[in-house]
Design a protein around this ligand. Structure first.
Ligand SMILES: [Zn+2]
Ligand SMILES: [Zn+2]
Length: 295
């Protein structure tokens, strides 16, 4: 199990990404479902201040203070700097909670914010760190999404920086590569690139193709299955995902934030889309509204 997710549009959305102990959004019911797994969470990233993404925070912070577990473990919470709604809500929670036993680091962030996840070092990921540690490093990056005029909203990538041989050297034999390293040095014949291990779209319109490229696991919101059922330009519909996803080709696409109006007809309405994606080697997974899922 790497991901636990619950999502029902308008009611509640939260996703726990176990490899980096990060909770994305914190909708209602999160502590009830996770029970003492809430102690595993080190950081919470909130995509925006709508109630269905933050209403579980109060329960989460209080349960973590009193359930059976490591009650003194610090917690970090990140949200967009313009969200006065989240700021006020957090102030209220902390004020009205009976003395929290653990430290909460609250950090306001903006688009482009990055946070190194591995190796654990302060500041931006560095190449020296990358060289020392198995030629890989991992970081989180926040990006803007288009959801509401009145609200700045964020999505998140978890990226791995990797090192590989530059194009002309990839087809060479081992002995020729060794010679090239001796004459030019290994830095000269290699390059760094970023792979998106995981992308979380938050709420909003379909993300541009560039945000979906080189992605292993793409969680994209899909509130509506038919574009005609959408009122206003706030959320994504299934048919709008076809073109950018087929162009970007993530390894796996997860649809979440689905409206509960589709609970009974979901399977049959999504079948054609799934087939089309499968023909193009994109595996589709669905988070049915109201059902807790383990992936
Ligand atoms: Zn929502
Ligand atoms: Zn929203």
């Amino acid at each position: 199990m790497e991901i636990i997710v619950f999502s029902k549009a308008m009611y509640s959305t939260w996703l726990y990404y176990a490899p980096d102990r990060i909770m994305f959004d914190c909708g209602e019911g999160v502590s009830t479902f996770l029970t003492n797994k809430i102690y595993a969470v080190q950081r919470i990233f909130l995509s925006h201040g709508h109630a269905d993404h933050i209403s579980g925070l109060w329960g989460f912070l209080n349960t973590r203070n009193s359930a059976m577990g490591e009650r003194e473990k610090p917690l970090e919470i990140y949200y967009h700097s313009s969200s006065s709604r989240i700021r006020k809500y957090l102030e209220f929670i902390v004020e009205s909670s009976n003395r929290l036993r653990y430290d909460i680091l609250v950090r306001e962030i903006d688009e482009g914010f990055t946070l190194p996840l591995f190796p654990k070092e302060e500041g931006a990921p560095t190449r020296s760190a990358l060289d020392r540690k198995a030629k890989k490093s991992r970081y989180l990056e926040a990006f803007s999404t288009k959801h509401m005029e009145t609200e700045c909203t964020l999505g998140f990538h978890i990226k791995e920086t990797r090192k590989r041989l530059k194009e002309p050297y990839r087809s060479m034999s081992q002995s020729d590569i060794r010679k090239a390293i001796q004459s030019k040095g290994s830095e000269e014949i290699s390059e760094y690139y970023d792979q998106n291990l995981f992308t979380y779209s938050g709420d909003g319109l379909v993300m541009p193709r560039s945000r979906m490229e080189n992605t292993d696991t793409l969680f994209h919101e899909c509130t509506f299955l038919d574009i005609d059922e959408r009122k206003g330009e706030n959320h994504t519909s299934l048919e709008e995902l076809v073109e950018p996803v087929l162009a970007a080709k993530p390894k796996e696409l997860y649809l979440y934030h689905i409206s509960s109006r589709y609970t009974d007809s979901l399977r049959e309405r999504i079948e054609k889309f799934e087939r089309k994606m499968a023909e193009n080697n994109v595996k589709v997974n669905v988070v049915p509204p109201g059902k807790i899922c383990y992936f």
